[in-house]
Write a protein that binds this ligand. Structure first.
Ligand SMILES: Nc1ncnc2c1ncn2[C@@H]1O[C@H](COP(=O)(O)OP(=O)(O)O)[C@@H](O)[C@H]1O
Ligand SMILES: [Mg+2]
Length: 262
C-alpha cells in the first residue's frame, strides 16, 4: 500500500477540463517533482490536494485512509483545516507583513492549539510553542532573524520562513508550488538548499512543482510530467529525462540550454 495515492482526479473550470484523470503514488519520505508548461494544471492539482479547490471525480488516500473525494471537498469542515494532511508553500511566500518571522510561524500553531482545546482534543500543555517555533526556524537556518518583519528579509529568507510555517502543523506531505520562481537567481540557491536538506535530514514526503530541471532531477525520487491537464509521464528522474516520448522530449529540450548546471 503506498503512503499517498492520488487516483484519477478530474477537475473542470467553466466546462474546461483542467485536470484530466491524474494519478500518482508516493512512498513515505519520497519527493515527487511535478513539471510541465505554464497552464498545464500543476497549481490546480496542488490546490485540490490542499482542500483549496474541490475535485469533480477521483480519490486521494493517505496510508490507506480516504482523505479526499468529490463529496468530501464540497462539505469541507473546519476541523479539516487542522488535520493538515498537506502543507503548501506558495510561489509568492504569503507571509503576514504585520508579524515577525517568529510570529508568522507561531500563529498557525497557537490557532491549532486553541482549536484543539475547544474541541476537547488532547493537547500537550507542556510543549512550549516558542521552542517549537525556534526549532523550525533553525531547520531553515533563520534563528537570528526571528524578530525581523517580512519587509526586513530577503525574498529567499521570506520563503524559508514560509517553509518553516508550512512545516509547523506537521503535514504528512509538504507541497511546494514553484517555490523559487519569484526569486532572483542568486536567492534561488538558498531555498533549494533548504528543500534539499529537508529531503536528506527528515522523513518528510514532498511534492514539488518546479521549473528547476537540474534540481528536480537531483532531488526527486519520481517525476510527473503534465501536459494539458494529463499525466504524460510518471517515473524515476533518469527514466523521464531519457524518455522517448515526443511531448516529453519537446518540453525538456526547452531547458537543456537555459540550465547550465544540468
Ligand atoms: N479558479 C479558476 N477558474 C477558472 N480557470 C482556472 C482557475 N484556476 C486555474 N484555471 C485555469 O486552469 C488552467 C491551469 O492553471 P494552473 O493550474 O494554474 O496551471 P500551472 O500551475 O500549471 O501553470 C489555466 O488555464 C488556468 O487559467
Ligand atoms: Mg502554477
Amino acid at each position: 500500500m503506498p503512503y499517498l495515492e492520488v487516483k484519477n482526479i478530474q477537475k473542470s473550470f467553466d466546462g474546461e477540463k483542467i485536470l484530466d484523470d491524474v494519478s500518482f503514488s508516493l512512498e513515505e519520505g519520497e519527493t515527487l517533482a511535478i513539471i510541465g508548461r505554464s497552464g498545464c494544471g500543476k497549481t490546480t492539482l496542488l490546490r485540490c490536494l490542499n482542500y483549496l479547490e474541490s475535485i469533480d471525480t477521483g480519490e486521494v488516500y493517505l496510508k490507506g485512509e480516504k482523505i479526499l473525494d468529490a463529496s468530501y471537498s464540497k462539505k469541507r469542515k473546519k476541523e479539516d483545516s487542522f488535520r493538515r494532511h498537506f502543507g503548501l508553500v506558495f510561489q509568492s511566500f504569503n507571509l503576514f507583513p504585520q508579524y515577525t518571522a517568529k510570529e508568522n510561524i507561531l500563529l498557525p500553531l497557537s490557532l491549532q492549539r486553541k482549536y484543539r482545546q475547544k474541541s476537547g482534543i488532547m493537547v500537550d500543555e507542556n510543549s512550549n510553542l516558542d521552542e517549537v517555533v525556534l526549532g523550525l526556524l533553525a531547520k531553515v537556518g533563520l534563528e537570528e532573524k526571528k524578530d525581523l518583519y517580512p519587509s526586513q528579509l530577503s525574498g529567499g529568507q521570506q520563503q524559508r520562513v514560509a517553509i518553516a510555517r508550512a512545516m509547523a502543523l506537521s503535514p504528512d506531505v509538504l507541497c511546494f508550488d514553484e517555490p523559487t520562481s519569484a526569486l532572483d537567481p542568486e536567492l534561488t540557491g538558498e531555498v533549494l538548499k533548504v528543500i534539499r536538506e529537508l529531503k536528506e535530514k527528515t522523513r518528510l514526503s514532498m511534492i514539488l512543482v518546479t521549473h528547476e530541471m537540474a534540481f528536480a532531477h537531483d532531488v526527486s525520487d519520481k517525476i510527473l510530467f503534465m501536459k494539458g491537464g494529463k499525466a504524460i509521464e510518471l517515473g524515476a528522474p533518469e527514466e523521464v529525462f531519457a524518455s522517448k516520448k515526443e511531448e516529453t522530449i519537446a518540453f525538456l529540450s526547452g531547458y537543456r540550454h537555459s540550465n547550465p548546471s544540468e
